[in-house]
Design a protein around this ligand. Sequence first.
Ligand SMILES: *[C@@H]1O[C@H](CO)[C@@H](O)[C@H](O)[C@H]1NC(C)=O
Ligand SMILES: *[C@@H]1O[C@H](CO)[C@@H](O)[C@H](O)[C@H]1NC(C)=O
Ligand SMILES: *[C@@H]1O[C@H](CO)[C@@H](O)[C@H](O)[C@H]1NC(C)=O
Length: 583
Amino acid sequence: MRGGWLVVLWLGLLGGGSGLRFTDHEMEGIRQRIKSMFYHAYNSYLDNAYPYDELRPLTCDGQDTWGSFSLTLIDALDTLLVLGNNTEFQRVATLLQDTVDFNMDVNASVFETNIRGRGGGREGGRPTSEWWGVCCPPTCCLGGPGWSQSLAGPAPALSSGWLLTSQGNYCLMSDANQRGVLAAFQTSSGMPYGTVNLLRGVSPTETAVTCTAGVGTFILEFSALSRLTGDQQFERAARHALQALWSTRSEIGLVGNHIDVQSRKWVAQDTGIGAGVDSYLEYLVKGSILLQDQELLNMFLEYDRAIQNYTRFDDWYLWVQMHKGTVTMPVFQSLEAFWPGLQSLVGDLDGAIRTFQNYYSVWRQFGGLPEFYSITQGYTVDKREGYPLRPELIESAMYLFRATGDHTYLQFGLDAIESIEKISKTPCGYASVKDVRDHKLDNRMESFFLAETIKYLYLLFDPAHFLHGAGEGGDWEVGGEGCVLGAGGYIFNTEAHPLDPGALHCCSHHARERQELQDILLSLSQPSQNTNSQSETPTQADSQSESIALKPGERKTTPPLSCPVQPFSARLAVLGQVFTDPT
Ligand SMILES: *[C@@H]1O[C@H](CO)[C@@H](O)[C@H](O)[C@H]1NC(C)=O
Ligand SMILES: *[C@@H]1O[C@H](CO)[C@@H](O)[C@H](O)[C@H]1NC(C)=O
Ligand SMILES: *[C@@H]1O[C@H](CO)[C@@H](O)[C@H](O)[C@H]1NC(C)=O
């Protein structure tokens, strides 16, 4: 097979030798090294920056970037459990719950409305030590035409957290403030606004221009929310937005990167697999896997045909005009490095392997991935020379190692560890690289470094980790037969927070049963009334139906923790400008 032959060739070219193998002992050593990296950054953050959002690794202090939510700590929470530090996880979970005040007057604050929307029910929702994994759906557009400076907080987001147990086997999300979150979807097309004030709704002056990813990156979280709570509104809104986006694709099957959600006109007609579009494509694939939904997969496959036909050249992906397919920007953006991982999920391994090698060659050239890389010139692009320690290429390496067992991906992981240690380590953390050409540093450590970069690195070197489970495990059942939690098949959202498909299945099953039971009880207590029993569509969750039985007889109240959508938005903050730059 062609792919196999190429792998052998590449191994030779990489100079690692075709006999390149990591022993179990070496893997263990590297895992320890990744843990040391994590603790160096994590403890530095706690000692020098907490309770600010981010650590400033050059000046050894902290700064608020997204509204003082102690964001780095929230984001790092489930990484603690991935690394097996349950005691610290529990300590921090309690700390956050006790100290972080989500009830702040910040525009587009998802926390504020979540808390207020439930009448300050935080006491009742105090989480137990079982929870972990904060998840938020990302939307984007920061810096793009859809970005309104005055609403610079998190974009419309799920005002809820969702939580897995320390065994990674249970998933629970609190209900979101429907008025706040769903208000963004009240448009003539069903595609959401990019920003919304969750308390007051969409501002009358709000622009209707939203980036593609901001329209199409809801299905994982919203479906989970609907299936766990029984409230169908969220999944319906997410699907409606996806359908609307689908119907606006060009005659050659491509979508642009910013659309007017009222007029359905494409405002920015450049298309590619990176900034402004990326997680839309990611969520079609991951949504199809999580929900076993052929329709979502078909959409992706059709886009993929057009993407391969018009944007791929020598296994690089360029930017093209969505109607004509003409090349507009022959660059590789570091955000695009998730693509080989996604290709491996849909089974296009040969293409994934070749594209990964292209991206890896850029990494080797600079010891990191510049934000933009000119494919024609083989060099960085002016003002886009930074590497803020992004996770995407490491994420792809994790999927490709899983799919192929080829130790080339481990070699890349080790290269990544070594360059990060050599270039960006400071006495108190890891600093974003301002310029990959001279390795000058920025005084920032973005929270996705601990949430995603370290997590994917660790998972790359721990192939036996439960989050890689393919469906053979599982420890307990809810709601009867065939309902095993923690069996594997985890899907990572675009922030690297894992979702258990078993939990979705079990909980929606559970929600249906509970609804049926309630209907029966209701019909018994009100014999004269003809109850409208609809087991397919459970009614809106009330406080009763939000709580999901953990074990027979045991009830858990809804945890109110929620988190902002910082990392994904931040990733686009720099890049979004490219679409507005007149140059
Ligand atoms: C967990 O994290 C804390 C804080 O960094 C640390 O003191 C402790 O040694 C860690 N425990 C394990 C088992 O790694
Ligand atoms: C939120 O945005 C609105 C509209 O731009 C502005 O008037 C208001 O002062 C902002 N509120 C806060 C707390 O930033
Ligand atoms: C591929 O592109 C060519 C034009 O370059 C077009 O004629 C053809 O229909 C396209 N095929 C697909 C599957 O998009």
